[in-house]
Design a binder for this molecule. Sequence first.
Ligand code: FES
Ligand SMILES: [Fe+2]
Length: 434
Amino acid sequence: MGIFKALSKIRGGYPGGWKEYARGYQGNKTPQFVQPTSTDDRRSLIPPKGLREYWYPALPAKAIGKKKPVGLKLLGEDVTLFRDTNGEVQALWDYCPHRGVYLSWGDCFWKGYLSCPYHGATFNGDGECVEFITEGPDSKMVGQLKAKKFPTVTLKGLVFIWMGENEPVPPEDDIPPEFFEKDSVVLNTFRYWDCNWMIALENTGDAHNQWFVHRNSFRVARSGRSSRTPVGSRPRIVNNQTVERPNGRERQPYYADESGKVPYKFYHPRVNAYWPMYRRRLLWTWFFDAWNRLRPKRGRFFNVPGWEGQRLPGLVRNNHLTHMYTRWPVPVDENLSRVVYFFSARPSNWLGRLYDRVTFNLFLNWMINYNFSDQDYDAMRSARYQYPEYLSSTDWWRSGVSCRNTGAASNTTLRWWRRPQRSDWWPQQNSLLL
Ligand code: FES
Ligand SMILES: [Fe+2]
């Protein structure tokens, strides 16, 4: 205990001053997620711990060694991952069917088998108990005991888990197409965001925060651009699975003058002032313009239809021309999301592959996934769902109302029942499922 803490203990009593109980003083914690209860609010229908019956990214395969299993929580479920006798990553429910302890606290004493830390029930990759160490080789538990298995598939060094009760759908239905291509490069990054997955996902459609929240991010500051338009865009639903956004149309020259130029600053008459307030962000744009001209050119990333925009069960894909950007906030529990990013590219030769790996690891990953995207996290994580909202037309991905051509069905997550959900996971929704 530090000396000051010790002294204040001796002093006793409650801490004084207004600051101690002011909101925001307690370490800027994200408020607890509270789901709205009104059935008029479609967010009351969405499972706070994520949609089941989908494949989800779990973790990089290289994180799983031969000796120790790894415990991982996703969609509120504890799973444990280990390598089977073929070296393939397998996932079991992190619950020993004997007495319920964490299997992830156990060991892989014998290559390809996972032993429980309590009585040594030993499971193979299918979750079958093949030995029960404490009872010896004649144990009657062998062949009787079975740990629940979650199907897995490892692609481009990343493990995906089927989080469903029904037979898994083909992985191609849920996992981006580049993962199945021989020559594509797919790199990944993981972040943890202290907020519900829905809040994290909605943010991915919130294009209008780009020039405000991110005005001092490296990515935006180098181009010096400003406001968009007060008019919502017209997304469309593809295959009942994806909400596609019109690319770049939100930056239409709504505010352009007669010459077609959009001014950098706008006058806001009610406050008699300009935004942006200063022109200093334009000081360096010439440098980045020149840099952009010098960068190696590559054709626009070809995207399979239905794989751009927001897609179920909760990922977003943006075409960054030279590569495809994917952000996938995987629910850990109601208040925590594991945000998985993919960088996907199709370089034509080994030099391109090297270029992608080096630039991603040295710079791009930091610029987009940390510097830029963590600003989203800071700005939006206190969004609360339990109180009414007042949506704008540019909140098209939320309101539905503003989506003139798709009507109220525009909210991606509204369609979660495309795959039947087991009702006992979300008792509050039983009425919907009957
Ligand atoms: S609790 Fe796992 S073997 Fe007993
Ligand atoms: Fe943003």
